[in-house]
Design a protein around this ligand. Structure first.
Ligand code: DAH
Length: 360
């Protein structure tokens, strides 16, 4: 019994003596931790007769609770004192002007990607992605561009050193490999757009080594050139937010489509600037490449070209942004010059959204 009283007075006095938060934490460990006298007393309960335990257990428990409460109270008092001390020395002048936090803006490329996703979502297209480091099968071979094909040289590809297994890895030169990745991983019908970064070794006012494209792909039964034309018209009108846009499909060549067409939009001259739109255009500007997916591409993805047909298109996103928002040098997109971004960028809380969705 005296034992308990002795322990009590010793522990309560070191608790009272603790004069900092570190000290009270040390007391807590000494008084209540695994190696404490109280812990040792608790252990003795197991070896007692039931009658003895009935007497001793409440005494030991009571001591433990009393000490734990005293420590908690001391800790709260020390915390209160620390806060008081801080309040006494710190002053806040509420009349000082607040420091302004720098505010970012949405980059035109990100803005256009969002607009594209929105427009094509209305048409039932999902957004697909693929890796920027590709192998040459997805970037070329499966797209009907065999090794000896001149188109490989035309793409100014950035290659990585050869892999041990002879696999050639590269920075994708277009978003078209996402067509292959989608067709080999998803059952048709397929309706996707794939926006993303692309790379070619090229640099001038209209070319940067890294640029952005969006790919479109539809695979289903009975898809025709008519579906392609309607989709592109609907997209272009929604994107430029005007109905009086005339499209012109010019026969062209891409290895992965047959037939292929380059698509021009009509522009009108306004104060010497080319503005997309006008029922009677002053001229034409190319905006994208497209065509009916080549049967060899469909077959390379393990699908039967007699059953599944489709169309595809590929379009430069940076160019789309320039045409809509009036920038004239592509390189500025990637300079990270804040003055340019502020001039053309969109304040974070004032992002222009399309005034109307497709068909509105
Ligand atoms: N991949 C082509 C390029 O980078 C663009 C393109 C043209 C994509 C026609 C297509 C297409 O899907 O059908 O130049």
């Amino acid at each position: 019994m005296t034992d308990l009283n002795l322990i009590r007075s010793k522990l309560l006095s070191i608790t009272e003596a603790a004069d900092s938060l570190e000290a009270i934490e040390a007391v807590r460990v000494t008084a209540l931790g695994k190696a404490s006298e109280i812990a040792a007393l608790m252990k003795t309960l197991g070896g007692m007769s039931p009658e003895e335990r009935q007497v001793q257990a409440p005494l030991i428990q009571g001591l433990r609770t009393e000490v734990a409460d005293a420590i908690a109270a001391r800790k709260a008092a020390l915390e209160g004192a620390a806060l008081e001390a801080r309040l006494a020395t710190e002053t806040i002048d509420l009349t000082l002007p607040a420091a302004s936090a720098p505010q970012g803006s949405v980059h035109p490329v990100a803005q256009v990607m969002d607009e594209l996703a929105e427009i094509f979502a209305d048409l039932g297209f999902a957004v697909a992605t693929g890796p920027e480091i590709e192998d040459d099968w997805h970037n070329f071979t499966a797209l009907n561009i065999p090794e000896t094909h001149p188109a490989r040289a035309m793409h100014d590809t950035f290659y990585f050193p050869d892999e041990k297994d002879g696999k050639k890895m590269l920075l994708r030169t277009h978003t078209s490999p996402v067509q292959i990745r989608t067709m080999t991983s998803q059952e048709p019908p397929i309706r996707i757009i794939a926006p993303g970064r692309t790379y070619r070794s090229d640099s001038d006012a209209t070319h940067t080594p890294m640029f952005h494209q969006v790919e479109g792909l539809v695979i289903d039964r009975g898809i025709t050139l008519g579906h392609l034309k309607w989709t592109l018209e609907t997209f272009v009108k929604a994107y430029f937010e005007r109905d009086d846009i005339v499209l012109r499909l010019r026969p062209s060549y891409f290895p992965f489509t047959e037939p292929s067409a380059e698509v021009d939009v009509g522009y009108t001259l306004v104060d010497g600037r080319r503005v997309v739109g006008g029922a009677e255009p002053d001229g034409w500007m190319e905006i994208l490449g497209s065509g009916m997916v080549h049967p060899r591409v469909i077959a390379a993805c393990g699908l039967d070209p007699d059953e599944w047909q489709g169309f595809a298109f590929g379009c430069g996103i940076d160019r789309l942004a320039m045409l809509k928002y009036g920038m004239d040098d592509l390189r500025a997109f990637f300079d990270g010059d804040l003055r340019w971004l502020r001039h053309y960028g969109f304040a974070a809380l004032d992002v222009p959204t399309l005034s109307a969705g497709v068909g509105a």
